[in-house]
Design a protein around this ligand. Sequence first.
Ligand code: SAM
Length: 197
Amino acid sequence: NYRCRSAFKLLEIDDKHKVLRPGLSVIDCGAAPGAWSQVAVQRVNALGTDPNAPVGFVLGVDLLHISPLEGAVFLPNADITDPVTLKKIQELLPTERADVILSDMAPNATGIRELDHQKLINLCLTLLDLSQSILRPRGIILCKFWDGREAHLLQNRLMEHFQDVRTIKPQSSRKESAEIYYLAKLYNHGVKHQKHR
Ligand code: SAM
């Protein structure tokens, strides 16, 4: 039983694009009420349910309270853009850096589409900055955004830092919704890939 329908989006994306696997360490940004964390706990084997597979780790972060979930560590009442949150994440991570950063974050919508779009793009850009301190080389980011004119800014920034950037619109996402995900694989920390000319 999942806490929210959003679980099906992550299941669908993961089935197709293989983001999660046993043993990985995951940060779930905007985790409340916790459905993505439920999926992550299962798929990284955070509870050690499969004794023959490596045991992973899931850390969920949100502005809101999140009810406890077996196998996950939660950092509630925490703003991802606050430097204090970054410190706490680093303290809670068992490995120095995470393998995967998931973000289903969404700011409170004003209803003004252009403004909401900009706010979410800015939030994603901030998360990308944080990655430098919390994502391991060759790591993965999956982040939600609302489509609009500044999406290319985020896409360009991702392409500077990751070798493989894809745009994903899950079937289980409502058709009329403007939400889309970027899946960026193979993080190469600040190092921009030189193109041979
Ligand atoms: N993936 C979640 C699940 O499956 O249960 C649902 C996430 S919900 C669509 C978006 C969440 O992003 C909200 O709970 C909201 O509080 C959180 N959020 C928005 N801005 C945030 C920020 N700056 N820092 C942390 N969380 C944030």
